[in-house]
Design a binder for this molecule. Structure first.
Ligand SMILES: Cc1ncc(COP(=O)(O)O)c(C=O)c1O
Length: 387
C-alpha cells in the first residue's frame, strides 16, 4: 500500500486534468513557441499566451506582467538579483525575514558577498514579522523588501497588506515569495501593493520545473536585469526555449485552483481541523501546535510532541508521507531554522511533524493518520528516558 500523502508543502500530485491538458503539447503540438513561420509554432505560442492570462488572473495581474521561469527558486533569484543589478546605483540595502525560504536567504547572501547589505527581521513566537521592526529597518538606501506570503514549514501567513502599505509609503519595492499561497488563498497583487511575486506550478497540482515571476508594469513599472542572456524570450527577461507543456499545465492548474478554491479551501480546513482535534483528543498535553493559531494555510498543521526523543518519530511512520520538523541537511540533525527563529526549543523542534493536507486527501486518511501518529507517539513516550 502507498503511504498516505500528507506532504503537500513539499510538492503536490499532478491533477489528472492538468496532465490531460499537457499531453497534446508533448505529442502533436510540440512546436517551439518562438517559431513564427508555421502552425506548430503558432499553436504553441497561443497555448503559452492562454496560460499567461490564466496565471495572471490567479493573482489579479495582467498577462504582460507574467514571466515564465523554471520555478520559484529561479523567480526569487531573478527578482532579487535583478533588482540589485538594475537599481544598484540607487541603493544597496534589502530587508527580509528570518523564516524565508532558503532560496531567498541564499540569494540575498550572494548579494551580500557582492557588497549589498541585508537586514533579516526576526519573527515572533507564531512566525510573523513585526511591522514596527519593518518600518525601522527601512533606510534611504533600501531597494526592496522580500517577505513570503505563507511559510512552507509552519504555514504562517504574513500581514501582506500592511507590509505592502509600508513599502508603498516608503517608495520601495515589495517582492513576495508566494509559492505556498498561490492557488490556496485569494491573492490580488494590487490590494497587497506587491511589485514582484514568485510562484511555482508544482505547489498547486501543476508540473515541476515551471513557475513564474510577476513584475509590476501598471502604476510604477519595475525594471530588472535578466539572469540569463540569449534568444530574448519573455521580453528579454528570461532567455531560453519555453517549456510549453509545463506552461500549459501551470495555466490549467491556475484555472482549476480559481474554480475550486471556494469549495476546496473550507474542505481542506475541515480536514486540518479534524487532524488537529484527533491528535489533541488522543495525546492532549503532549501536543504543541507550532505557528499561528489562525493566520495560517488551511492545509497546514505543524505539531511538536512533548516528552519524546523525536529523531525516530518520522522514521517510525512508514504508512505516512509527512515531513519531520527538523531539516536534516547534514549528518547531524539540525533543528529547522524556521522553528529556531520562532524560539521553539530544540528538543521540541526535533519531535515535530509537518502535515500538509491537499486536494485529494479524504477524512478516512486523516483518521488513519491520527491513529498512526497516536500509536507512534505513545510508543516513544513509553520508551522515553525523558519521562
Ligand atoms: C516558500 C517557497 N519558496 C520557494 C520554493 C522553491 O520552489 P521551486 O521548487 O519551484 O523552485 C518553495 C518550494 O520548495 C517554497 O515552499
Amino acid at each position: 500500500m502507498q503511504p498516505i500523502y500528507l506532504d503537500h508543502h513539499a510538492t503536490t500530485p499532478l491533477d489528472p486534468r492538468v496532465l490531460e491538458a499537457m499531453l497534446p503539447y508533448f505529442k502533436e503540438r510540440f512546436g517551439n513557441s518562438a517559431s513564427k513561420t508555421h502552425r506548430y509554432g503558432w499553436e504553441a505560442h497561443e497555448a503559452v499566451e492562454r496560460s499567461r492570462a490564466r496565471v495572471a488572473r490567479c493573482i489579479g495581474a495582467r498577462p504582460e506582467e507574467i514571466l515564465f521561469t523554471s520555478g520559484a527558486t529561479e523567480s526569487n533569484n531573478l527578482a532579487l538579483k535583478g533588482i540589485a543589478d538594475f537599481y544598484g546605483k540607487k541603493g544597496n540595502h534589502f530587508v527580509t525575514g528570518a523564516t524565508e525560504h532558503k532560496c531567498v536567504l541564499a540569494a540575498l547572501k550572494a548579494l551580500e558577498r557582492q557588497g549589498f547589505e541585508v537586514t533579516v527581521l526576526e519573527v515572533d513566537g507564531q512566525g510573523q514579522i513585526d511591522l514596527g521592526d519593518l518600518r525601522r529597518s527601512i533606510r534611504e538606501t533600501t531597494l526592496a523588501v522580500s517577505i513570503m506570503l505563507a511559510n512552507n514549514e509552519i504555514g504562517t501567513l504574513q500581514p501582506m497588506a500592511e507590509i505592502g502599505a509600508i513599502c508603498r509609503q516608503a517608495g520601495i519595492l515589495l517582492h513576495c515569495d508566494a509559492a505556498q499561497g498561490v492557488g490556496k488563498l485569494p491573492i490580488r497583487v494590487d490590494d497587497l501593493a506587491i511589485d514582484l511575486l514568485s510562484m511555482s506550478a508544482h505547489k498547486l497540482y501543476g508540473p515541476k520545473g515551471v513557475g513564474a515571476l510577476y513584475v509590476r508594469r501598471r502604476g510604477r513599472r519595475v525594471r530588472l536585469t535578466p539572469l540569463l542572456d540569449g534568444g530574448g524570450q519573455e521580453r528579454g527577461m528570461r532567455s531560453g526555449t519555453l517549456n510549453v507543456p509545463g506552461i500549459v499545465g501551470f495555466g490549467e492548474a491556475c484555472k482549476l485552483s480559481i474554480d475550486l478554491l471556494p469549495t476546496e479551501a473550507p474542505r481542506i480546513r475541515d480536514l486540518r481541523d479534524r487532524l488537529q482535534a484527533g491528535l489533541m483528543e488522543n495525546l492532549g498535553e503532549l501536543v504543541r501546535i507550532n505557528g499561528h493559531p489562525t493566520e495560517r494555510l488551511d492545509g497546514n498543521l505543524h505539531v511538536s510532541f512533548r516528552g519524546i526523543a523525536g529523531e525516530s518519530l518520522v522514521t517510525g511512520l512508514p504508512g505516512l508521507a509527512v515531513s519531520s520538523g527538523a531539516a536534516c541537511g547534514s549528518a547531524t540533525l539540525e533543528p529547522s531554522y524556521v522553528l529556531r527563529a520562532m524560539g521553539v526549543p530544540p528538543e521540541l523542534a526535533h519531535s515535530s511533524l509537518r502535515f500538509g493536507i491537499g486536494r485529494f486527501n479524504t477524512a478516512e486518511e486523516i483518521d488513519t493518520a491520527v491513529e498512526m501518529v497516536t500509536r507512534r507517539v505513545r510508543q516513544l513516550r513509553e520508551e522515553s528516558p525523558l519521562g
